[in-house]
Design a protein around this ligand. Structure first.
Ligand code: SAM
Ligand code: MG
Length: 214
């Protein structure tokens, strides 16, 4: 049987990264994606912006929407303080299976809870099933038409508090126009664009950082 791209990406991690060393896992994935096969990870260039937001915020609770192979999960989790928790949601079981192995290879399984399922079903269950009242940081990187409805759902479920940060990837490419319009026009958010490039390309893309004002 033929392997899938995520399985080949996992193979590159096992071949080239050191167990327990998150930076080497990130590096092995970026190398694979630049030299062998493009993949939809946030990537090295936007990844540095993600890192700076995480380190500035030093969040205790993080929600990631869209795990894929666990690349951004590893980047975020490796920077979290000791008792912090990252919940990441992925509805494709094949991707989730690869991500579990990537996260374990990085030695970060104790910091990360990977939950298989659709964001629209899981967001309302966060406080009851996952014992999280609010998130300090949410990284939105799942299907682009879900950014806005899931943001409204997080608001309704009380998962955002004053100072919570939404960091949204791919707001230009593929683009999330309704979401951008919403966070930029709403008096409940202070929003800022970080210009960059689509992962592993020279095409313009960027991250939108939106602070929830309550
Ligand atoms: N954040 C990852 C990274 O940078 O390494 C990349 C995530 S990829 C761009 C988007 C992922 O979101 C895909 O794996 C897809 O299966 C998943 N996804 C899309 N819509 C979803 C939803 N509503 N709930 C859960 N997962 C979803
Ligand atoms: Mg992305």
């Amino acid at each position: 049987t033929q392997s899938t791209r995520p399985q080949r990406l996992l193979g590159a991690v096992k071949k080239n990264a050191t167990r327990g060393d998150p930076r080497s896992v990130v590096k092995a994935i970026d190398q694979f994606c630049r030299q062998k096969e493009w993949a939809m990870n946030v990537g090295d260039e936007k990844g540095c912006i993600l890192d700076s937001v995480v380190s500035e915020l030093n969040p205790a609770t993080v929600l990631e929407l869209g795990t894929y192979c666990g690349y951004s999960t590893v980047r975020i989790a490796s920077m979290l303080p000791p008792h912090a928790k990252l919940i990441t949601l992925e509805f494709n079981p094949d991707y989730a299976a690869v991500a579990r192995q990537v996260i374990a290879w990085a030695g970060l399984e104790d910091k990360v809870q990977l939950v298989e399922g659709a964001s629209g079903d899981l967001i309302p269950k966060m406080s009851e099933q996952f014992e999280v009242e609010t998130f300090d940081l949410v990284f939105l990187d799942h299907w682009k038409d879900r950014y806005l409805p899931d943001t409204k759902l997080m608001e309704e479920c009380g998962l955002l508090k004053k100072g919570s940060v939404l960091l949204a990837d791919n707001v230009i490419c593929p683009g999330t126009p309704e979401y951008l319009e919403y966070v930029r026009a709403s008096p409940r958010y202070e929003s800022q664009y970080f210009r960059s490039h689509l992962e592993y390309t020279k095409v313009e893309d960027g991250l939108e950082k939106s602070v929830f004002l309550g």
